[in-house]
Write a protein that binds this ligand. Sequence first.
Ligand SMILES: Cc1cc2nc3c(=O)[nH]c(=O)nc-3n(C[C@H](O)[C@H](O)[C@H](O)COP(=O)(O)O)c2cc1C
Length: 145
Amino acid sequence: MLVVYFSSATENTRRFVDKLQLPNVRIPLRANEPELVVDEPYVLVCPTYGGGVSISGKQGKPVPIQVVKFLNNPHNRSLIRAVVAGGNSNFGSDFGKAGDVIAAKCNVPYVYRFELMGNDEDVATLRNGLIANAATLGLQPPRVA
Ligand SMILES: Cc1cc2nc3c(=O)[nH]c(=O)nc-3n(C[C@H](O)[C@H](O)[C@H](O)COP(=O)(O)O)c2cc1C
């Protein structure tokens, strides 16, 4: 079981992923950092950016450019099994929209949406759900320490 995530300098998504207590790896924030290449099936956790049509009046780009770059690598894209998106419900119908875009483009289920750094219920629901459904999703069972 691997969680691949992106988080900007505000690190909300990093804090959420840390609380899941599952093996994880971060997509680099800066272009001068080495590219991330993964080698096992993963669930992608991605915050939503772009502001959305509900706020800006125009269609934004909800998936961060760093995540687009990561998924543009065909090897990385071949290993995604599910997506989880973060966001802020202030964005109305664009709340967590990165998950809709990634699910459609990569043909994987959008399994969970959370706000900012998530709460204890989010952490428990997602962690338990991923472990219980690992085989169905095509994720490896979590390694026992
Ligand atoms: C410029 C900007 C645009 C955003 N646009 C959206 C949006 O369209 N939909 C949404 O649900 N959240 C949106 N958010 C909220 C972020 O997804 C949220 O703050 C998230 O927790 C950031 O994660 P990070 O700190 O790991 O980068 C936006 C935040 C910023 C700063």
